[in-house]
Every structure is written in C-alpha cells, then in structure tokens.
Design a protein around this ligand. Structure first.
Ligand SMILES: [Zn+2]
Length: 217
C-alpha cells in the first residue's frame, strides 16, 4: 500500500507537472544545469515531462502493459488535463499508481517490465482493498448545530481513534452563536494509536492557537 510519503510524492509530482517545473533534462538544460536535453534512456528525444513519464519507449511499454493502450492517452498535450482525466473513472487508481512506478523505473533501469507491472497491480489492489470504490450505502442523517442558548462564539472539538491499523486524529471549529463558521483546525497523528494522547494533543493544539482565537472568543 502507498505510504504517506508516497502520497505526498504523488501530490508533489502532480503539482510540479501542472506548474511545468518538473526538473526534466530539458528544463535543466535550459537553465544551464544539464549539458544536454536529450533523454538519457533512449537518446532519441528531448526529455520533457511527457517524454519521460509517458512517451519514452521504456515508459510507454509500462503504460501499455497495464492496458493504457488507447491512442488518446498518448495524444494529450496538456499535462494538467492528462493527469486530471487520468484520475477520473474506473482506472484512476491504476493511473496514479502507474505514474508512481513509471517515475521509479526511470531511476531504476534494473527493474524488469514484469516486475513493474506486478508492483503496479499489487499497489492498485491494496489501495482498492483499503478504499473500496463501492462503499456501503449509508442512510441519510440530518443533523443540526445547536448553540444551546449561549450568546457567544463557541468552540467544538473532538478526537477519534478508529480501525486497524488505527487512523488517529482530532479537529475543532469555532462558530458564532448564529452558527456561522469562523475558523477550524484538524490534525492526523501518524505515530499514535492512543486515544488519551489524541485528547492531550487536542488540548495542546487549542492552547497553541488560543492567541489567534482571542480575536474571536
Ligand atoms: Zn527517452
């Protein structure tokens, strides 16, 4: 399964790609950092984002092995649109995992195409197992925030520790007595599975932010 680090990496790569600042050889050459813009793997074309992540024959081979064969997939010229469209539909998980493993293969030429393909399949299966696409239908439940007749700004907080492996976090928000949202906060605790620690961290977070809230409370 993807670790937090890998999720952050994917977010970063997507942000970099969409802002056209991925450090490809073309960009590095343009900035006089790399001697040549030519792709070091195939030696045939300039290494742009699309070339290294999709069009270089080594990357293209991976995409085709995981059944991204449609010519439209290789026709996109806008990185942001390509990524956004890739992240829609039933193959979105495989697409995101594919991005990750294609980039891993760029720096690890020893990895066989079959190994990459198996890694993509395993990662996608693990993600789908952890976050099923078809969640159980949930009953609609109407709730309403209540000021309990307090005539001031009101802070609501809560923490939780659920599941195995545990997902632990807390959050809070401040509304005025009419129910309008003023500010809020939330935090995940990556290293704890202890609800008492969650409650203590929540208390610390409130103390840390109290200075800001003095303007509100
Ligand atoms: Zn190439």
């Amino acid at each position: 399964m993807f670790s937090r680090r890998e999720h952050v990496w994917c977010d970063l790569q997507q942000w970099l790609a969409c802002n056209n600042v991925v450090p490809t050889l073309t960009l590095l050459h343009h900035r006089n950092i790399a001697p040549s813009p030519i792709c070091a793997r195939c030696g045939l074309q300039d290494e742009t984002f699309f070339h290294c992540m999709r069009d270089c024959r080594f990357s293209k081979d991976i995409w085709q092995h995981i059944r991204f064969n449609n010519s439209c997939f290789f026709a996109y010229e806008d990185i942001e649109v390509w990524i956004k469209d890739g992240m829609k539909g039933p193959n979105s998980t495989t697409f995101v995992v594919g991005l990750w493993w294609v980039s891993m293969s760029i720096n690890n030429e020893q990895m066989s195409i079959h190994r990459v393909e198996a890694n993509i399949k395993n990662s996608a299966d693990n993600i789908l197992q952890a976050f099923p696409l078809h969640q159980a239908v949930q009953m609609e439940r109407y709730i309403r925030w209540n000021n309990h007749n307090f005539d001031c700004n009101i802070l609501n907080v809560d923490g939780s520790c659920l599941g195995s492996p545990a997902k632990v976090g807390f959050g809070g928000l401040i509304r005025n007595n009419a129910g309008y949202y003023l500010t809020g906060f939330s935090r995940f605790l990556l290293t704890s599975t202890d609800i008492l620690e969650v409650e203590l961290q929540l208390f610390i977070s409130i103390c840390q932010q109290q200075k800001t809230w003095d303007l509100l409370l």
